[in-house]
Design a protein around this ligand. Structure first.
Ligand SMILES: Cc1ncc(COP(=O)(O)O)c(C=O)c1O
Length: 326
């Protein structure tokens, strides 16, 4: 994964496809000073066998994004379907044939001093090559953070509000400096909320357990996908209930879910092994199912994916149509 994006990358900005180097905002932009933006994170998975790039659940991401923009009264003047179409066009224009990450960002765009908001909004979509976010194959060491998760009536954690990610950045910085791979947040009630950039599941006595969305967590799309895969493919229901910190130390398995992390096993928490410090059987199965679904290998879940490029049959038809006309 490259640290810096290519300045010639084509991005969608102010209603147009332009090179990244031309997509600029002014230094007085409201969102830059006050964090008044809402972003999303969407993955596309390249499948070598099919020579295809599959974008994972973009419609659900754009529906969530538009809903959450509403919390900040930011208007995105395109439907979720139109945003899906722009995303696919963007990946094609950049000829991306690898795993990708798509970053939609909507923001308060007025250039002036003053925290009060108005109706000047902007949005951009960026699609770029993106590999692993956390190296989780062997399992992660997570640490419970001293920073508490934001409360819904301070800054809602269910929306990916730019300013709210100061909370995640502080916890992540602390976690990395203390030698952990990821931070786990408790909320103000002392219950486990989620990771700094992901949702959390634990396994106890064969049951999958995750905190409910009222515990100040993002309503994760990977979380929903994992629950559905576990129920339909493994016959395991997900129980939504508050989780105590000490349950993390005695649970049978633990894993994190999110667009960036995928399904990431946790094998140690706060220097304590999860059972024997090995990846558990349910975690292994859920992780395999998730990545198979995301790369288009599970026919029952192709409905989650939007292919970017025409299939060989579609490409033949297009070229025949081109010959007929031309
Ligand atoms: C704080 C937080 N929780 C959970 C998630 C997982 O959400 P999703 O699966 O929709 O990517 C993310 C990442 O997007 C996140 O930033």
């Amino acid at each position: 994964m490259k640290a810096e994006a290519d300045p010639n990358l084509i991005v969608y900005f102010n209603g147009d496809y332009v090179p990244l180097r031309e997509a600029r905002v002014g230094i007085l932009t409201h969102a830059l000073h006050y964090g008044t933006g809402v972003f999303e994170g969407i993955r596309g998975y390249w499948d070598d066998a099919e020579h295809q790039l599959f974008v994972f659940r973009p419609l659900e991401h754009y529906e969530r994004w538009k809903q959450n923009c509403g919390i900040l009264r930011i208007d995105v003047p395109a439907s979720a379907e139109e945003l899906c179409a722009i995303t696919l066009e963007l990946t094609r224009r950049n000829a991306l044939r690898t795993d990708v990450y798509v970053r939609p960002l909507a923001y308060k765009s007025a250039e002036r001093i003053g925290v009060s908001t108005d109706s000047q909004d902007g949005f951009a979509l960026i699609a770029l090559p993106f590999g692993e976010y956390l190296h989780s194959e062997q399992g992660l060491h997570a640490g419970v953070s001293a920073w508490r998760r934001l409360e819904d009536n301070a800054i809602p954690a269910r929306a990916k509000i730019c300013g709210a990610y100061v909370n995640s950045a502080l916890a992540t910085d602390d976690a990395k400096r203390s030698g952990f791979d990821e931070a786990i947040f408790l909320n103000e009630s002392g219950h486990v909320a989620e990771g700094a950039t992901c949702n959390l599941f634990m396994v106890r006595k064969g049951a999958l357990i995750t905190p409910p969305s009222t515990e100040n967590v993002l309503e994760g799309i990977t979380r929903a996908a994992v629950s559905e895969l576990a129920r339909r493919e493994l016959g395991i229901e997900t129980v939504e209930r508050p989780i105590d910190r000490s349950e993390l130390y005695i649970c049978d398995e633990l894993f994190l879910t999110g667009t960036a992390v995928g399904v990431a096993p946790v094998v140690r928490v706060d220097h304590r092994p999860v059972v024997h410090g090995e990846i558990g059987a349910i975690t292994r199965q859920v992780r395999r199912l998730y990545f198979e679904a995301a790369r288009g290998h599970l026919p029952g879940y192709r409905k989650w994916l939007r292919p970017v490029y025409p299939s060989p049959a579609e490409a033949r038809e297009l070229s025949l149509a081109g010959t007929a006309v031309g």
